[in-house]
Design a protein around this ligand. Structure first.
Ligand code: FAD
Length: 283
């Protein structure tokens, strides 16, 4: 149970300065923000910040890269797709040099440390690739600690691909198999065509790989099931779930999913823990 002082610290946003904005696609931008008084240890891959925009609202946004320690604070990276009121406000109104509010980081994060020595599969669809990117960059920094790396990243079209400026560099990762795919053929596209679960069905994975999946829920459901049926241990298949959130700290109940709160118990869950809820529409 959280004490009232602890709760106060977690519910009052800190000011963060927007240091740089990168235009990724027509509806998605990446923000580098400086948060004073924080250290990078807290900013583990898979965790998220509650981003508060005065006059608009507050939304959960995942860390989309490893955070960097700076003098007296941390540089954190967020990638936002404009889908509704707050996210579109962020895209259209927030400029470099502006201050925004942030709380967190919250959530459990990907259990990447536990996967040391193992083969790793990273499967991302659309904006779901954002929370997976820190895993990939963590492995790139600690290459010797992990086995073979499989990456399958899918977007609707070539123009919807995030991080175009670094995608090619993933292919230089030793002992890796990198797949970029789009939903439908497009002029000039030289990568693969097909949905992420279909690509997973085509590649030769080792059954003791640890899998980290994020994307539209239907994609996570089909991909996890496919990997499970292929023989992977459901305790080693992880998905990051998205639900509407308010408090971010397991008090309000807005993000309830089965008997879990996505903000506090997740957002990362093993397939073993959530497969029965993922089968039910509308939870
Ligand atoms: C842990 C977590 C991490 C996230 N990380 C990212 C990220 O890195 N980048 C990013 O762009 N987005 C991320 N999201 C999603 C993001 O929080 C939502 O897109 C945002 O809250 C939408 O708010 P809005 O005010 O812009 O849209 P609204 O105006 O509230 O809604 C627009 C439309 O989206 C639907 N919608 C809104 N929120 C959700 C939701 N959580 N689940 C399902 N449908 C929803 C609404 O029903 C409506 O149809 C994350 C969500 C969670 C829970």
């Amino acid at each position: 149970m959280l004490k009232s002082e602890e709760i106060k610290k977690k519910v009052v946003p800190n000011a963060a300065e927007v240091v740089e904005i990168i235009e990724e696609t027509k509806d998605t931008k990446t923000y580098k923000i400086f948060i004073k008084g924080k250290v990078s240890d807290e900013f583990r891959p898979g965790r998220f910040l509650m981003v508060y925009l005065k006059g608009s609202g507050e939304i959960p946004i995942s860390l989309s890269d490893l955070a960097q320690d700076k003098d007296n604070g941390v540089l954190a990276i967020l990638t936002v797709r404009g889908v509704g009121v707050v996210s579109q406000y962020m895209l259209s109104k927030v400029r470099e040099g502006d201050k925004i509010g942030v709380r967190g980081p919250f959530g459990n994060g990907w259990p990447i440390e536990n996967a040391r020595g193992k083969d790793i599969l990273i499967a991302g669809g659309g904006i779901g690739f954002a929370p997976l990117r820190p895993i990939l960059n963590y492995i790139r920094k600690n290459r010797k600690d992990f086995g073979k790396v499989y990456l399958v990243y899918g977007a609707r079209s070539p123009w919807d691909m995030l991080y175009k400026y670094e995608l090619e560099s993933y292919k230089e990762l030793p002992n890796s198999e990198i797949h970029f795919t789009i939903d439908r053929p497009a002029e000039g596209w030289k990568g693969e065509v097909g949905l992420v679960p279909d690509i997973l069905g085509r590649i030769k994975l080792s059954t003791d790989a640890w899998s980290f999946i994020c994307g539209p829920e239907i994609m996570m459901k089909i991909a996890s099931k496919r990997l499970y049926e292929f023989g992977m241990d459901p305790k080693r298949i992880f998905v990051s779930l998205e639900r509407r959130m308010r408090c971010g700290i397991g008090i309000c109940g807005t993000c309830q999913f089965g008997h879990y709160y996505v903000c506090k118990d997740g957002p990362v869950f093993s397939y073993k823990d959530v497969y029965r809820y993922m089968e039910v529409e509308g939870i």
